[in-house]
Design a protein around this ligand. Structure first.
Ligand code: SAM
Ligand code: GLN
Length: 294
């Protein structure tokens, strides 16, 4: 007689496979994949350790496990990512949103709530749309534009906008830098620009963890030589925004000096602030272009 397979057996087997594959959080990921295969909520797993699993459930789990062992990001397998307290759809059409990007959303929300709740905001390089959609839910009076060079990413943004009942609040536009805003004739309207541009230096790309290097869209991450190529086109274009009052941009490790210098040269802001993330790394640059934030 073959022994019954239980939830705890698969959890153990999955954790061991993921340890061997070099995954960072093996037990957590194994539990998430198991929850997906059963399917139940992730927090139910500890309550089900002695429950038997069917052959179908086991097969599904093993398929998910195999993908994760090849270092596909967990969020692409589950199809979901948590960002700023909300769940978003997530797949290979866009980069997996990172927790540190929440800082960018928080900074823009706080500024706009205090100084300009009606100001039009443009999120340049929106990817899955988490920045634009989070801002739309927290700033209900703000018109929001979300742009990307990737048509595929914008389809995912549209799905997420529908998921969060924000489709009427966000205008999705395809094209590089501020070109789509110029085409729409709204450059004179936009007061706040927020962006998490590709900022990984090309020569560091091969050293990234496999989840990022082998699975995420390269144009979302590769910022060229020194990771700062985006700014060469982007900052001169920002000068065409007569009402720009805040530029909020996410930066990579060690880029604070170069980015504040570039922003100062091109935009002549009244003040620049650099905010650290939870790990103490300078992560967000805020450039204010008038006195209204004081
Ligand atoms: N905003 C999303 C986030 O924070 O999770 C995605 C950020 S990802 C680092 C950068 C995004 O910018 C990608 O979706 C990429 O397709 C897009 N992108 C790259 N170059 C661009 C450009 N020149 N103009 C507009 N979007 C660009
Ligand atoms: N933080 C991302 C990473 O290093 C990079 C994001 C970006 O290029 N904007 O994986």
């Amino acid at each position: 007689m073959t022994a019954v397979t239980r939830v705890m057996d698969l959890l153990q087997e999955g954790t061991s496979c993921l340890v061997a594959a070099g995954v960072d959080s093996p037990r957590f990921d194994a539990a998430c994949l198991l929850a997906l295969a059963l399917p139940v909520e992730h927090n139910q797993i500890p309550l089900m350790l002695h429950d038997p699993v069917s052959a179908d459930q086991r097969d599904r789990f093993q398929q998910y496990l195999q993908r994760r062992c090849q270092r596909e990001p967990l969020q692409y397998i589950t199809g979901k990512v948590d960002f700023f307290g909300r769940l978003f759809a997530c797949d290979r059409r866009a980069m997996v949103p990172r927790p540190e990007t929440e800082l960018l959303v928080e900074a823009v929300t706080t500024y706009c709530q205090h100084h300009c709740p009606h100001a039009a905001i443009a999120d340049i390089g929106t990817g899955a749309g988490v920045i634009a959609i989070s801002l739309a839910t927290m700033l209900p009076a703000a018109p929001i534009y979300a742009t990307d060079i990737s048509d595929e990413a914008l389809k995912l943004t549209a799905e997420n906008a529908r998921l969060h009942s924000a489709p009427n609040r966000i205008e999705l536009l395809c094209g590089p830098y501020l070109d789509p805003l110029a085409k729409m004739g709204v450059l004179a309207e936009v007061e706040v620009i927020v962006t998490n541009p590709p900022y990984v230096a090309t020569n560091l790309f091969d050293d990234l963890q496999p989840e990022v290097r082998d699975f995420e869209p390269r144009p979302a991450l590769d910022g060229g030589h020194q990771g700062l190529d985006f700014y060469a086109h982007f900052l001169p274009q920002c000068r065409q925004l007569p009402r720009l009052r805040l530029l909020a941009t996410e930066i990579g490790i060690g880029q604070a000096g170069a980015v504040t210098r570039l922003v100062s040269e091109h935009l002549n802001p009244t003040e620049i602030e650099v905010c650290p993330d939870l790990a103490g790394i300078s992560r967000v640059v805020l450039a204010y272009l008038d006195q209204t934030h004081t």
